[in-house]
Design a protein around this ligand. Structure first.
Ligand code: NAD
Length: 310
């Protein structure tokens, strides 16, 4: 098949691009490199630097494409609190631009990378797709709005659409920005540097950490699965892990004993988050394979930045 992947130089985009070319597919990748790194891409991926809101560029890139994976986005939740306009422009505006360009060119299917963040606080866990969204940040709102645009424009113009609500993905080559880094690469790197692990909130919050290979598995099945048009499907590990438990695992696996500080004045985000995977199993034949303990070890083994000591 011929794929266009937006956000191809990012954490999930590069893993997906490399997997698909390895399977013999043709992959074009678009990324503005605001955070992405094109060096993580296989030379068999045709990479083009560009903005998701550049419609003429999208017209060219979409020629002869069978399926689009739309991953390009700004992804840092606290940053979205400071710059909601920018998050709206890229995450919502970029999705609308892409859908319009897909309509113009005539592409069969788009798989949109949405987020478990759209749920916010939910009493019922593991959370089902039918739960009423309760977004807590401009980032989460932007992903929810983009889901609606994807499905609505798709149904108006005959484009097949599927939105995958990915929970906390982790694995090698995840971005580690200097402020607000994702918790797993941050904890692992801090542990190896014998530096303090700062936990936001009291550490009682739970998350569903899903290894990158499982996310790639789900994305790759979404390109061809039948009867998933207009569906919104959770992708996670189905296992609920407290942040305190995560710190314990990090210490055990790294064999380090860094100081752990609980910053209880900081908002630790929603209290509980865990994906109900019934829809993913039924519609995508999805089953997560990598337990957290193994995934943490694979992240350490395959990402040299983690063990770097400064
Ligand atoms: P990432 O930041 O590594 O990847 C996003 C990519 O988009 C980056 O390479 C960035 O350079 C690119 N990009 C940003 N603005 C762009 C623009 N205007 N034009 C073109 N490219 C642009 O993040 P990721 O973790 O790989 O996330 C990929 C997608 O999956 C995002 O849409 C994100 O919302 C979604 N998602 C990720 C997770 C997770 O845990 N990683 C969870 C839920 C959803």
């Amino acid at each position: 098949m011929r794929f266009l992947i937006t956000g191809a130089a990012g954490f999930i985009g590069s893993a997906l691009s490399n997997h698909l070319v390895q399977q013999g597919h043709t992959v074009r990748g678009l990324d503005d490199l605001s955070t992405g790194d094109p060096d993580t891409l296989s030379p068999n991926v045709s990479f083009i630097r560009g903005d998701i809101n550049d419609r003429p560029k999208l017209w060219t890139l979409l020629q002869d494409i069978d399926c689009v994976y739309h991953l390009a986005a700004r992804v840092v939740v606290p940053e979205s609190v400071l710059y909601p306009r920018e998050y709206n422009q890229v995450n919502v505006g970029g999705t609308v631009t892409l859908m319009e360009a897909m309509r113009d060119v005539g592409v069969r299917r788009v798989v949109f990378a949405s987020s478990g963040a759209i749920y916010g606080n939910q009493n019922e866990q593991p959370v089902k797709e039918t739960a009423i969204p309760n977004p807590r940040s401009p980032y989460a709102v932007s992903k929810l709005a983009a889901e609606y645009y994807t499905h609505t424009i798709g149904s108006l113009w005959g484009i097949e659409t599927v939105c995958l609500r990915i929970f906390n993905a982790y694995g090698p080559h995840q971005q580690i920005p200097p402020t607000h880094p994702p918790v797993i690469p941050y904890f692992l790197r801090q542990a190896y540097q014998n530096a303090t692990l700062v936990v936001h909130g009291d550490g009682s919050q739970t998350r569903d950490y899903v290894y990158i290979d499982d996310v790639v598995q789900a994305l790759s099945m979404a390109a061809n699965a039948p009867e998933i048009n207009r569906q919104t499907i959770n992708i996670g590990s189905g296992r609920e892990t407290g942040v305190r438990e995560l710190t314990r695992l990090v210490l055990e696996i790294t064999g380090k004993k860094p100081e752990i500080v609980y910053n209880i004045r900081n908002d630790g985000g929603p209290g509980r988050m865990c994906a109900n995977l019934n829809q993913a199993r039924e519609k995508l034949n999805y089953a997560p394979h990598i337990p957290l303990e193994i995934g943490l070890q694979m992240t350490i083994d395959n990402d040299p930045r983690i063990r770097q000591t400064s």
